[in-house]
Design a protein around this ligand. Structure first.
Ligand code: F6R
Length: 239
């Protein structure tokens, strides 16, 4: 795993944005795998800035997001579709029809996961997949378990994740208990993976990932099997 250590969140965000910008310039019709959460917010702001200055265009880019709560309406301000529109898509020149987030309103969530998996396959995989890391080692919503799923699937969120994400909702009771998420195999369809982490709260998770062991009870360790993974983190993560 390549490791890029940044002095602060701002520098980490700029680094991530530059990696995406280089890819988009080199391959304007690339497929970006995107994440939500607080970690990539600064990176999205930096990309919006580049686009506004006319340095970058997303007009031929396709995006696929990692996950979505289930059930949730896209108009709900806690949905990941809402997050992506507000943080990025509404402010850049991407064609919204080419942005994909699993459908949190699907009547049949299993069929929706199948459709999403096929979509990633039909796109020819992902050029660069951005990931955050959960304090419990989850990537996407692949939660610690004795088995991990390869394909996009419906998952129950762990109490730890519900508690970590409750900060965005009125209360922990309002956090949906399920989600639709790319599986480990879907994420591994990415040619390049960039995992970002900032702050001391991610220290234990990142150090477990860097142990170079494989453990389904710590899903981020799976990344040690992928040939092209870069960790971009702030220095306090490695203290
Ligand atoms: C988000 C996602 C999650 C987050 C992780 C870290 O789409 O799939 O795995 O990346 O929970 O979240 P933050 O960045 O809020 O610490």
């Amino acid at each position: 795993m390549n490791i890029i250590v940044c002095k602060n969140y701002e520098e980490m965000s700029q680094h991530g944005a530059q990696m995406i910008a280089s890819l988009v310039k080199e391959k304007p019709s690339c497929v970006l795998g995107l994440a939500t959460g607080s970690t990539p917010e600064g990176m999205y702001a930096a990309l919006v800035e580049m686009c506004k200055k006319g340095e970058l265009s997303f007009k031929d880019v396709t995006s696929v997001n990692l996950d979505e709560y289930y059930p949730i309406d896209p108009a709900n301000d806690q949905s990941y579709r809402y997050f992506m529109n507000h943080q990025l898509f509404d402010h850049i020149d991407i064609d919204k029809a080419n942005t994909n987030v699993p459908d949190g309103t699907a009547a049949d969530p299993v069929a929706e996961c199948k459709r999403y998996e096929q979509l990633v396959t039909d796109l020819g995989g992902i050029d660069i997949q951005i990931l955050g890391i959960g304090r419990n080692g989850h990537i996407g919503f692949n939660e610690p378990d004795t088995k991990l799923m390869l394909d996009t699937h419906v998952t129950d969120l762990t109490e730890d994740t519900i508690e970590a994400n409750a900060r965005f909702f009125a209360s922990a009771n309002d956090v949906p208990r399920r989600a639709l998420t790319m599986g480990i195999g879907t994420i591994f369809k990415a040619k390049k993976i960039v995992i970002m982490a900032s702050g001391a709260s991610k220290r234990d998770a990142v150090s477990a990932m860097l142990e170079r062991t494989i453990d389904t009870s710590f899903p981020a360790t799976m990344l040690n099997l992928h040939p092209d993974v870069t960790l971009i983190c702030t220095a306090d993560v490695l203290d």
